[in-house]
Design a binder for this molecule. Structure first.
Ligand SMILES: Nc1ncnc2c1ncn2[C@@H]1O[C@H](COP(=O)(O)OP(=O)(O)O)[C@@H](O)[C@H]1O
Ligand SMILES: [Mg+2]
Length: 399
């Protein structure tokens, strides 16, 4: 076994040489020395491998041969040595040039070397080739940026889709509101002006009838009279079908009963109304929506079905209000009543409007039609968000 003193001795005699061999053998780092002016004094395997020059090609040359022309013109090499001299060392990452002119991304450390008296005798330079790592990092950064960009686009697209949905919703709500107002106006107009005009026309015809005329004159006038009677009844029925009852004050049950009484008096349809005993008041919008479905449904029975009978049913089922308007008319086999989420078929405004109203309350509208008749069914859940809020605040105030 060798003593510590032995080892120290051995180190002193062989240290320098062994260290030189070690540095020369290193492959992954270019390690070499420069004199104070920047001329190359030594060269190792790593330097040869990374930069492509053999020792005899570079020894004595200025180290600026490793720099892009632009850097040399800007005096970068002098500046690096200046900094190393002043601060002890200089460090950076940047592009360097190989013997074959190709560039590599280098991690460079230049260290000033001084003797014991502090005199500068040269520089040590260690360079690593980080091209692969830099390319990987650049690619990673690029794909991160792309990802971020795509994410932004996606969020933007989602946002505008949501906005579009909201504006369609608002639009359809506004349309339904306008429809309500329009109906009110139409109903009044039909009754006040058209109805009165028809009465006047009939009276005029009656006056004419008393005058002597040509053959069959009386018969013709009587026919006109009968025709006008028909028109008057039709107008009365239509205006009543459109007429908005005192829904808010009376509630759905009473409003429907009195509405149907009016329709029965004015039309020839025999209407049967069944309402569950426990059917009480519902939220305002639900009652209005159900009433509009009833009006529209019954108007369709009157206008399209030719049915002499109709049944209206109102009941609660699994926490949902259910309204059915059924007739025994000729049906509408040609009409596609499939009411999906996007109801853009060739349907009329009436059924689409009913569908939209019911959907706004989280419910659904179904239409079944065959040659033996048509049934419209509206189902509206009562646990709407508004209802929940009401329950919650009631519970709180009960504490
Ligand atoms: N009860 C019914 N009996 C027969 N056909 C009906 C009935 N309800 C609706 N339809 C048919 O469906 C179509 C669409 O109805 P709707 O959406 O209310 O529009 P509109 O009444 O304005 O025509 C009607 O034109 C009619 O052909
Ligand atoms: Mg209609």
């Amino acid at each position: 076994m060798s003593s510590v003193a032995d080892l120290r001795n051995e180190n002193a005699s062989f240290g320098d040489e062994r260290f030189r061999l070690l540095v020369e053998a290193i492959r992954d780092y270019a390690i070499f020395m420069l004199n104070p002016e920047g001329r190359i004094l030594s060269w190792n395997t790593g330097a040869e491998r990374i930069k492509g020059y053999r020792a005899d090609e570079v020894i004595g040359k200025h180290f600026s041969i490793f720099y892009p022309e632009e850097d040399i013109r800007r005096g970068k090499t002098e500046m690096e040595l200046e900094i190393a001299k002043r601060e002890g060392h200089f460090e950076e990452q940047g592009w360097r040039v190989r013997k074959d002119g190709s560039q590599f991304w280098a991690d460079v450390v230049i260290t000033a070397l001084r003797d014991e008296s502090g005199r500068l005798y040269g520089f040590g330079k260690v360079t690593r080739d980080l091209t692969k790592r830099k390319l990987t990092e650049d690619m990673l950064r690029l794909s991160m940026e792309q990802l971020e960009e795509e994410n932004k686009c996606r969020i933007e697209a989602e946002r505008s889709a949501r906005e579009a949905e909201v504006s369609v919703r608002e639009l359809s709500q506004r349309l339904l509101q306008l429809q309500d107002e329009e109906r009110r106006r139409l109903g009044r107009e039909l009754h006040d002006s058209v109805g009165q005009l028809l009465v006047g026309a009939k009276m005029a015809l009656g006056a004419l009838a008393s005058e002597k005329g040509r053959q069959n004159w009386e018969q013709q006038l009587a026919d006109y009279g009968a025709l006008l009677d028909l028109v008057m009844r039709e107008v009365r029925t239509m205006s009543y079908l459109l007429y908005p009852p005192m829904l808010e004050e009376m509630g759905l049950r009473t409003a429907v009963e009195s509405y149907l009484d009016g329709v029965r008096q004015r039309s020839r349809i025999q209407i049967d109304f069944q309402i569950a005993k426990d059917f009480g008041r519902l939220p305002r919008e639900t009652e209005l929506a159900l009433f509009r479905v009833l009006q529209e449904g019954l108007t369709n029975v009157h206008r399209h079905s030719g049915s002499p009978t109709a049944q209206i049913r109102l009941r609660m089922e699994n926490g949902e209000a259910v309204l059915e308007v059924q007739d025994q008319g000729k049906g509408a086999p040609a009409v596609d009543f499939k009411l999906g989420t996007d109801c853009i078929g060739a349907l009329g405004v009436g059924i689409r409007g009913m569908n939209e109203r019911v959907r706004q309350l989280g419910g659904k509208l179904e239409v079944f039609s065959s040659a033996r008749g048509t049934t419209v069914r509206a189902t509206v859940p009562l646990q709407t968000s508004a209802g929940k809020d009401w329950n919650a605040s009631a519970a709180v105030s009960g504490v």
